[in-house]
Design a protein around this ligand. Structure first.
Ligand SMILES: Cc1ncc(COP(=O)(O)O)c(C=O)c1O
Length: 342
């Protein structure tokens, strides 16, 4: 069901509008002429801020998260190499095969209990190395936050990093919700970035109108990015409007305030329904998503009033997602609705 007007959606953090500070920054950037394709003051400022914040060698803007993933992963792959990812990853499931079509590389998937890869799970896909008949694993793609709303702890990231370094594997971190992960772990973005070779930092789900940043942590990978980004049709001509949004998100750590709020609304929701009869929450709530299992009748009843995704039809698991602008009143109304249903 399309969502319009004032209807409250728990379908996705993509359903929310943009943060007023971001919209203001776009309006403020709408002054006179500026040279195109990122040769403007807003882009110079925002990329410098991002490089500093992440400790990155390079920062580049693209239009959306799928493009960030294709650009980021592709930077580290030769044509015959493969990327290992969780079977549930956005890269594998929800990007219409962009990696396979645009890059032409193979994705080697692994089933995970909670969206997270471990050294053992990665090792299960390392067979055939050195065999010319087999695509050669080279990049491990992890999402921080995962599709299950879970976060890798800093020590899990350190373990993955050590394993990947020993195995000659590079790490790409899909950070479409990196702000939510940093808010959950109460850490700096640089503390997450140091475990990746390349990562994305999502603006859209954090209150931007549109735009994601690709952070390149290895100096030797930076030079290729401008050419690949252009070939992949992600070089924005009026880039100042994307860049200005990021400066707004970084100012006074708005990204963290917004992510913390979204996460706290998800926790409030989970705490409000955890003990309700017939409700089981599938994954630990570590970001801005709650995945309760509900009976089919209950789901149908609730969907008359609220918008949300059915995550696993067979198990009756739905995804309820909060955003920077979700209010406690809206959450409490959904809690009451869930408790009264069924
Ligand atoms: C984890 C993750 N990565 C990447 C994306 C892709 O973003 P986009 O839809 O902007 O291409 C999404 C979008 O939902 C996502 O959840």
């Amino acid at each position: 069901m399309p969502v319009t007007g004032n209807h409250k959606s728990f379908g996705s953090d993509n359903h929310s509008g943009a943060h007023p500070e971001v919209v203001r920054a776009i309006i403020d950037a709408n002054v006179g002429d500026a040279t195109a394709y990122g040769n403007d003051d807003w882009t110079a400022a925002a990329t410098a801020e991002l490089r500093d914040l992440f400790g990155a060698a390079g920062a580049f803007f693209v239009f959306n998260g799928s493009a960030a993933n294709v650009l980021g992963v592709g930077l580290m792959l030769r044509p015959y190499e493969a990327v290992i990812s969780a079977e549930s990853s956005h890269l594998h499931v929800d990007e219409c095969g962009a990696t396979e079509r645009v890059l032409g590389n193979k994705i080697l998937t692994v089933a995970t209990p909670d969206g997270k890869l471990t050294p053992e799970l990665i090792a299960s896909r390392l067979g055939g190395r050195g065999d010319e008949h087999r695509a050669q694993p080279r990049v491990v793609e992890i999402a921080q936050v995962t599709e299950a709303g879970t976060c890798y702890s800093l020590s899990e990231l350190a373990t993955l990093r050590d394993f990947c370094s020993a195995e000659g594997l590079r790490i790409y971190m899909d950070g479409a919700r990196l702000a939510n992960a940093a808010a959950h772990l109460d850490c700096e973005l640089a503390e997450l970035a140091r475990y990746a070779d390349v990562l994305s930092f999502g603006g859209t789900k954090n209150g931007a109108v549109a735009g994601e940043a690709v952070l390149v942590m290895r100096e030797e990978l930076v030079a290729d990015v401008p050419y690949l980004r252009k070939q992949q049709m992600q070089l924005g001509s009026k880039m100042r409007f994307i860049s200005a949004q990021f400066s707004a998100l970084l100012a006074d750590k708005l990204w963290r305030t917004s992510a913390r709020h979204a996460n706290s609304m998800a926790l409030r929701l989970a705490d409000g329904i955890r003990d309700a009869a017939g409700v089981t929450i599938r994954y630990p709530v570590q970001s801005n998503a709650v995945f309760p299992a509900l009976s089919p009748d209950r789901i149908a009843e609730l969907r008359r009033e609220w918008t949300f995704h059915i995550w696993d039809e067979t198990a009756g698991v739905v995804r309820l997602m909060t955003a920077f602008d979700t209010s406690p009143t809206e959450v409490d109304a959904l809690i009451a609705g869930i408790r009264a249903s069924g």
